[in-house]
Design a protein around this ligand. Structure first.
Ligand code: ASP
Length: 431
């Protein structure tokens, strides 16, 4: 029996944790008002400890893992033009897929009309505000002080500083052997730490799911069910039609192979609602699919920061929902403005829970929609955040595979499962 349990892969354990957590959470939801259950036994203690504790462990890995692996990855590329090509391609694919995602959302919401017939009079005002502009995002890439950026987890600044250190290490190769070895070994330590932390993922996912579903209010979903359906259809199309098609058209790789390995990353993103904390797992699973860390260590953190296709889908649906509810007719120019601002909002949305709702203000403002409507969808946003985060991280991974493929950095035998993933940095990066 025990040996059978040992044969179950970590990914399947995560799935088991997710399903069990969902069931336990839904059962507890019936008793959520019982003070004993609520405060003493489960929700505020055991589940918070297991769930939040696990997210904290993952977050603990993010900055050192991203920084060391970008430095080592870039230093091993040595050709600056190649780094530029990887970055350029990744940003282009990120922007195009996000624009596509909003367009799909606008079309679906145009068809399903989630906001028609909703009475928007007397809605509570919401105070959510945002000041994120493109200029802010570009400026935030330059660290005032790289050490404080590292300490505060400012991802874009960490990426840029890591890139610069890596490029210079490659340039000064013979004069900086000691530092080079330091980074290579520090990176190995972080990779090993990631593998160890990941072993706790099934328990962490179980606790996160149980906690979320035990306290989730389902009453709010009914009047907004059409809106929820729109978002879910949009997310499903993006994840299971757009991404696989891109993978097949641009790389001829089998999307089923990808999803088989990648579902565990989606489960984790779903349970935690944060792309940022998913970065280590995403890089790890892609390397098991033969994707070189040279590319993924750079493009995954970049994607977790600037690429939010799932969030853009929610924002597209929310705009249509509000416009229909207020009886406003959005013309072509307004729709193009929505696509543009939603792409910008995706760049400005940090990969942490619920931020997409905050940057939604920016999209609403761009076409003069009253932000009050955000107040009604806020109640059910948590569950949608879970689904859209799973799509956000999938978009990052698909783009990374495409960019790596073009860069000849995917071990095709490993992708096809003909070869087992290597354990060392050299195994993973050398093809
Ligand atoms: N939770 C999302 C993420 O981390 C961002 C959002 O849409 O709120 O990817």
């Amino acid at each position: 029996m025990i040996s059978r349990l040992k044969e179950i892969s970590l990914g399947n354990w995560m799935l088991i944790g997710m399903i069990l957590g969902l069931i336990v959470g839904l059962i507890l939801n019936f008793y959520v008002n019982d003070p004993f259950i609520k405060n003493v036994i489960l929700i505020d203690n055991v589940f918070t400890l297991g769930g939040t504790g696990f997210i904290k462990l993952m977050k603990m890995l993010v900055v050192p893992l991203v920084f060391f692996s970008i430095v080592v990855g870039v230093a091993s590329i040595s050709d600056i033009k190649k780094i530029g090509a990887i970055g350029g391609r990744a940003i282009l694919i990120y922007l195009v897929t996000t624009a596509l995602a909003v367009t799909i959302a606008l079309l679906i919401a145009g068809l399903i009309k989630p906001g028609v017939g909703l009475n928007m009079v007397g809605l509570a005002h919401t105070n959510v505000t945002t000041n994120v502009t493109l200029t802010d995002t570009v400026l935030s890439m330059i660290p005032d002080n790289p050490f404080s950026s590292l300490a505060n987890g400012e991802m874009l600044a960490v990426i840029i500083f890591g890139l610069l250190v890596g490029i210079i290490l490659a340039k000064l190769r013979d004069e900086t052997n000691v530092v080079n070895d330091f980074f290579t070994q520090a990176n190995k330590i972080m990779m090993e730490m990631t593998r160890i932390v990941m072993k706790f993922a099934p328990i962490g996912i179980f606790c996160l799911m149980a906690k979320t579903f035990a306290s989730l209010g389902f009453e709010g979903i009914l009047p907004l069910s059409k809106y929820v359906i729109c978002v879910l259809i949009g997310l499903a199309i993006q994840a299971f039609v757009v991404y696989p098609s891109l993978l097949v058209i641009l790389t001829r790789l089998n999307p089923i192979r990808f999803f088989k390995k990648f579902f565990s990353v989606m489960f984790f993103a779903f349970s935690s609602s944060t792309s940022n904390a998913t970065i280590p797992l995403n890089i790890e699973k892609l390397s098991e699919l033969g994707v070189s860390r040279e590319v993924s260590s750079f493009t995954i953190p970049l994607g977790a920061t600037i690429n939010m296709d799932g969030t853009a889908i929610m924002q597209g649906c929310a705009v249509m929902f509000a416009a229909q509810a207020y009886g406003m007719d959005l013309g072509t120019t307004a729709l193009i403005t929505v696509i543009f601002t939603a792409v910008m909002a995706s760049i400005g949305t940090a990969g942490v829970p619920s931020v997409g709702l905050i940057t939604l203000n920016m999209v609403f403002n761009s076409v003069g929609l009253p932000v009050d409507a955000i107040g009604i969808i806020m109640g059910i946003d948590h569950i949608l955040d879970m689904f859209r985060t799973a799509v956000n991280v999938t978009g990052d991974a698909i783009c990374t595979i495409i960019v790596s493929f073009k860069n000849k950095s995917v071990d095709l035998d490993m992708f096809k499962g003909k070869k087992k993933p290597g354990k060392t940095w050299d195994d993973i990066t050398r093809f």
